[in-house]
Design a protein around this ligand. Structure first.
Ligand SMILES: [Cu+2]
Length: 151
């Protein structure tokens, strides 16, 4: 005798999976941008990504803006006298053929004066402006609070 097994197929819609996307602006590849989720009341968070300049000319990330943040700055983190210091830089050089990683503990785009908390699974709109390539609107996936990478 064969038994008929009843297979219940459940399509789970309860789990929202946001995959960080890749973006391209001319010869710049902007890969896997993600932001860290914020605890209630927090007004700042970092956005991280990898930028590859596939072109033959140097370019430079000069500024950012977001409707979700009152101010966006480009930051660098460095050890200074035994403590990690974060400071604003006026741009991030993208040499031809080079890949620059914005990551926790290093360069990042800082969203400041956040208008609402960022929750894991959402995306946050961000405009990046480059000296030569111009501007691009991207969406950064919001990862967990302590996330050091998207996947
Ligand atoms: Cu910062």
């Amino acid at each position: 005798m064969s038994r008929l097994l009843s297979v219940l197929v459940t399509l789970s819609l309860a789990t929202t999976v946001v995959l960080a996307a890749d973006f391209q602006l001319k010869s710049l590849d902007i890969k896997q941008p993600f932001a860290r989720a914020t605890p209630p009341g927090a007004k700042t968070t970092g956005v991280y990504m990898t930028i590859e300049n596939k072109g033959k000319e140097a370019d430079r990330l000069v500024s950012g803006s977001s409707p979700t943040a009152g101010m966006v700055q480009i930051h660098e983190m460095k050890m200074d006298g035994g403590t990690m210091q974060m400071r604003e830089i006026d741009g991030l050089d993208l040499k031809p053929g080079a890949t620059v990683e914005l990551k926790p503990g290093g360069y990042h785009v800082m969203l400041m004066d956040l208008k609402k908390p960022l929750k894991e699974g959402e995306t946050v709109p961000l405009t990046l402006k480059f000296e030569k390539a111009g501007s691009i609107d991207i969406k950064a996936a919001v990862a967990g609070m302590g996330a050091s990478r998207m996947h």
